[in-house]
Design a protein around this ligand. Sequence first.
Ligand SMILES: Cc1ncc(COP(=O)(O)O)c(C=O)c1O
Length: 380
Amino acid sequence: MPIYLDNAATSHPKPAGVLEAVTLALTEDNANPGRSGHAAALRAARRVLRTREAVAALLNAESPLNVAFAFNCTDALNLAIKGALRRGDHVIASQLEHNSVLRVVAALARRGRIELTLLPPRPDGFIDPDDVRAAIRPNTALVICTHASNVTGAIQPVAAIARVARAAGAQFLIDGAQALGGLPVDVQALGCDLYAFPGHKSLLGPQGTGGLYIRPGLALNPLREGGTGTDSDRLEQPAEPPERYEAGTVNLPGLAGLGAGVDFVAPRISQIMGHERELTSALTEGLRRIPGVTVYSPSEEAARAGIACFNVGDLSSGEAADRLAAQGIAVRGGLHCAPGAHRFLGTLQRGAVRASVGHANTLDEIDALLAAVRALAQSG
Ligand SMILES: Cc1ncc(COP(=O)(O)O)c(C=O)c1O
């Protein structure tokens, strides 16, 4: 494996406990959770429950029942958006959102189902809660904002936006894809109604996992109907969470691994955040010192998740990322599925290079990337 600095796409490496939990779920505990009553099925169901409890505790959710599992963050965002909206609703979403939000709301708007306002950030790259307030309409039903930009890492003022949404009687959905596991998150203190997250990024679980926090009392329309192993004599989807949102067999190996990932992250979240901040500061400060390099991430440490976004001279971001890959350094060029963020940065044509750190990266690896970028900037 190269020097892996692509953790915002998916985290690597996964802790040993994650690999063990996946293996156990595919061997000794391999049965359908929540369906049959034999011992292996009960063990499988306990694994899923344990993961739900661990994620709920990490989020400070009111109850594990307020966490619905999904297949990735995109799936969770689709459930939140399509499940919360009615025809004629107005939605405010930040321009910094990932396509897993933008394409969903754009499709609903195109079909005439909703009215949509896309809110640009201030020149400093942060969404202004006053701009959200000014965009509110009588029919505003949902406000959506990413917790941290997946392009620049800028941590958005989500608690202040939540207060604006609440005062307007709108639901507030946070996309936590670049936050949960890397930053402390308390959904009750934030005051959000919905918080979507992937399992395979900073929570260190396998791909094919994710979930949605749904505040108590809020019932969404499910994305899918089907078997839940409960209320099987009725043709209606169960009303109760989380079964209401989890039709079909869940991803047992993935969720078992996710539980182990959360067990790894939860007790050391401040340590992980401190480590990632130290690495990202070293990286952004080092990059700023290289002539010809443009850095797009915020300079203030506390305003930034573990992402450094930059370009080298006139090189396209794809070319720069390919040259770094050829030297054994894995980063990501292009648009990172967030065209609005790149439009704001003026990088819609060439994209940008994104280096994203994780718990296992070291300062030596950051130095290696800086040396490679320095060489790239000199060679042009
Ligand atoms: C901000 C943001 N939202 C949503 C997603 C989608 O996550 P997933 O790939 O788990 O669907 C990503 C993925 O990179 C992201 O960075």
